[in-house]
Design a protein around this ligand. Structure first.
Ligand SMILES: [Zn+2]
Length: 377
């Protein structure tokens, strides 16, 4: 009797742990399935695996699902710099692919900048300039200047200084400072050494001596009004031939008198004029080596076959009306001498392609302005 009882007891004791273990396994399976399901949902929404895990472990799954896809939140949950206090701000600040994005957002919020100001600071700078800016004390006029599309964070102090002096509106201030109007001509110029069809050269932007165009061709002799060959970029030559053909249908005879000039050519010209007329003349009338747009091989001096002074020719009038249709712009117009820094050169045309040429023509702006507004990133 006693023996039997013990046996039964043993049996029932053996069953209990089995049930508990099974229950625990089932619960674990449910939790794991639940976990992977949520990770999947977050990934479908655009969050990375690392961010999704962090979201779940920080118990922010419902919060994030309520917000939806958000690249700044994703970066925040991926980052070791994540601060729970700034969660709502992360969700409202525009994303930019910068290494120290979250740590810089934290610092800027800590300084007292609004979410919109932080977005502007980040969007108008790169990782380095934003990191530097985040170390500074809070400044005023962030929205005033940085909400201009082409504003640059690195120029911020110059905007404030220039505005203080010139009292222009914010957009003009940003435009002029980005064009280096707050600097003396030829002082501390940007030196460009990488070839680019859209390169901007002026009294603040110099080409290095080894800036050489990559695809030069010689202009057909029948179109040349100069001693010796004229070289130019291949696509500029093609556009010129198209334009000359169209002009000839209107009875015009377009020629070229100058195209590509190397750094060394310009050096030679400078030295020749220096010997003939002295330093003062050279300073005022001769482009220093690197500062001539002819070194880009994107510029042509246009001539008329029959009339020697170009401004007196029908070709000059035809060019003013039609050049933009073939991708050329008058680079130094009379009405824009203050902007270009050059006296009008009625013959000097720059190739920029049809789309940009039409915009510049329709809006009556210079290439300097166009470049700063749309190409200078
Ligand atoms: Zn020229």
């Amino acid at each position: 009797m006693t023996k039997k009882k013990v046996k039964l007891k043993l049996k029932s004791n053996a069953k209990k742990p089995l049930i508990i273990i099974s229950a625990v396994i089932i619960v674990i399976i449910i939790i794991v399935a639940f976990y992977f399901n949520r990770i999947g949902e977050l990934k479908n929404l655009g969050y990375s695996e690392v961010a999704a895990k962090s979201i779940i472990f920080k118990f922010k799954y419902s919060y994030v699902m309520g917000i939806g896809e958000n690249k700044t939140l994703n970066a925040a949950f991926e980052s070791n710099d994540y601060l729970e206090d700034n969660l709502d701000d992360y969700a409202k600040i525009d994303y930019d692919d910068q290494e120290h994005l979250i740590s810089n957002i934290n610092k800027l919020l800590d300084k007292g900048y609004s979410d919109n100001e932080v977005s502007l600071i980040i969007s108008k700078g790169d990782d380095e300039s934003v990191s530097d800016f985040a170390k500074r004390d809070k400044v005023k006029y962030i929205e005033e200047f940085l909400s201009i599309d082409f504003a640059k964070l690195e120029n911020f102090d110059r905007y404030v200084e220039y505005q203080d002096k010139e009292n222009d509106d914010a957009e003009t201030t940003v435009l002029y400072v980005n064009m280096d109007f707050d600097k003396e001509d030829y002082v501390d110029p940007l030196v460009i050494d990488k070839f680019d069809d859209y390169v901007l050269v002026n009294k603040h932007r110099q080409l290095s001596s080894d800036y050489v165009p990559d695809d030069l061709v010689t202009i057909d002799e029948e179109y040349v009004k100069a001693d010796g060959d004229v070289e130019i970029e291949r696509n500029v030559a093609k556009a010129f031939y198209d334009m000359a053909e169209a002009a000839s249908k209107d009875g015009m005879e377009l020629m070229v008198s100058s195209g590509y000039r190397s750094y060394e050519d310009q050096e030679e010209i400078t030295n020749t004029y220096l010997e003939l007329y002295g330093q003062n003349y050279v300073d005022n009338y001769v482009a220093k080596p690197g500062f001539s747009e002819h070194q880009t091989a994107m510029s042509l001096d246009i001539a008329s076959k029959s009339v020697d002074t170009f401004v007196n020719s029908d070709e000059y009038v035809w060019m003013m009306d039609n050049a933009y249709k073939y991708g050329f712009i008058l680079r130094y117009p009379r009405s824009k001498e203050d902007i270009t820094g050059y006296k009008c050169e009625a013959w000097h045309y720059r190739y920029v392609g049809k789309k940009i040429a039409k915009y510049i023509h329709d809006n009556n702006i210079t290439y300097d302005e166009y470049y700063v507004m749309f190409l200078d990133n």
